[in-house]
Design a protein around this ligand. Structure first.
Ligand code: SF4
Length: 347
């Protein structure tokens, strides 16, 4: 079994030759830039995050700038990145940072974890990456690396395995070169100890890796027990007026696409037509090609129905969050991605 000092030394030696040190959040490093990058990276790969990060910090260079921005603009810059609660939490926490921490991202674990959207691993990453202090991380990449290195079987989401992994991660983390160590352990997990076809021949840990020695690399980490993914169908109304504007509704702040703009949604076509009749509108709509969209916990089929009005209605529905938008405006608001695609191809 590898000892802690050897692990850190070998990992840092590997990092000095192969690690990533030109990522945009590694330039002008500060708590705010590292925090934004860590939140974006929570569910998304580095190459996807880079342009979003550049746009986001270009528009909101500090936590105070973010705190003062309207949430709609924040969501607009997040459109396409998914998991929108991350953007809402970021905005909420920026307000807390502006009000309670003089605009500076905190440097201690407790204050960081008191902010919305920051868990223990993200807090550890911020402490080490932004402030070069000892911060422990255990993201998905690190979990995969450690379960293989120690041949730990069983789904890592189980609480006793999670606890065991935190213990190992804590023991292995050195108290110097903290920012480099954190980047190194994330990088090796992402680029060498990959989920599929890990590059064991290029891995500095190959002589210490228990999964490799026991020929268990392909089966560790143990996958999450499978549940059937449910499937849901909805109908949406693509209502256009004679000026070419589209009627959009803002979704509730909680739930799927929380706070984003979308089309009025109905359980099925019958419910959609009932609402049109109640609003005194024609009920003959034109069906458009269905759109399929996959979330992590269910699959969605969206059936759009087009209705073009030749005169403006008295009211669209009881929803006070409805508004008419020009096609050019859809790029300036936070829109659900499949709906944005639909609007772009239905001018
Ligand atoms: S030897 Fe292979 S399985 Fe083991 S840590 Fe390295 S890349 Fe991962």
């Amino acid at each position: 079994m590898i000892n802690n000092a050897t692990f850190a030394d070998q990992l840092l030696a590997w990092f000095d030759h192969h690690g990533r040190n030109h990522l945009p959040w590694q330039k002008n490093r500060n708590g705010y830039r590292v925090w934004v990058s860590e939140i974006m990276l929570q569910q998304t790969q580095v190459t996807t995050v880079i342009p979003y990060f550049e746009r986001f910090v270009g528009r909101f260079p500090t936590a105070k700038d973010l705190a003062h921005a309207p949430i709609d603009e924040v969501l607009s810059l997040w459109t396409g990145l998914g998991y929108y609660s991350r953007a809402r939490n970021l905005h909420h926490s920026a307000i807390t940072i502006a009000e309670q921490h003089k605009g500076q991202v905190p440097k201690d674990l407790e204050s960081l974890m008191a902010l919305k959207g920051i868990g223990r691993s993200t807090a550890g990453a911020i402490i080490s990456q932004a402030y070069n202090q000892q911060g422990i991380i255990l993201d998905g990449n690190v979990k995969r690396l450690l379960t293989r290195l120690y041949a730990i079987e069983g789904w890592p989401g189980q609480s006793q395995i999670d606890k065991q992994l935190w213990g190992i991660a804590t023991d292995l983390t050195p108290n110097q070169r903290n920012a480099d160590y954190t980047q190194a352990i994330m990088d090796i997990g992402a680029t060498v100890c990959r989920p599929k076809q890990p590059l064991c021949v290029a891995c500095p840990m190959q002589n210490h890796c228990q999964a490799l020695a026991q020929d268990k690399v392909a089966t560790i980490p143990t996958p999450k027990p499978k549940k059937d993914i449910p499937h849901k169908n909805i109908s949406v109304l693509l209502l256009k007026n004679k000026h070419g504007q589209t009627c959009l509704e803002q979704r509730p702040s909680k739930g799927i696409w929380g706070g984003l703009w979308s089309l009025p949604e109905f359980a099925n076509l019958k419910a959609l037509q009932t609402q049109l009749a109640l609003d005194g509108l024609p009920t003959q709509t034109r069906p458009l090609a269905p759109i399929k969209h996959a979330f992590s916990h269910y699959k969605l089929t969206i059936e759009p129905h087009l209705l073009v009005l030749d005169k403006m209605p008295q009211k669209i529905s009881e929803n006070s969050k409805s508004q008419w938008y020009d096609n050019q405006q859809i790029h300036t608001i936070g829109l659900a991605t499949p709906i944005k695609k639909l609007l772009e191809k239905t001018p």
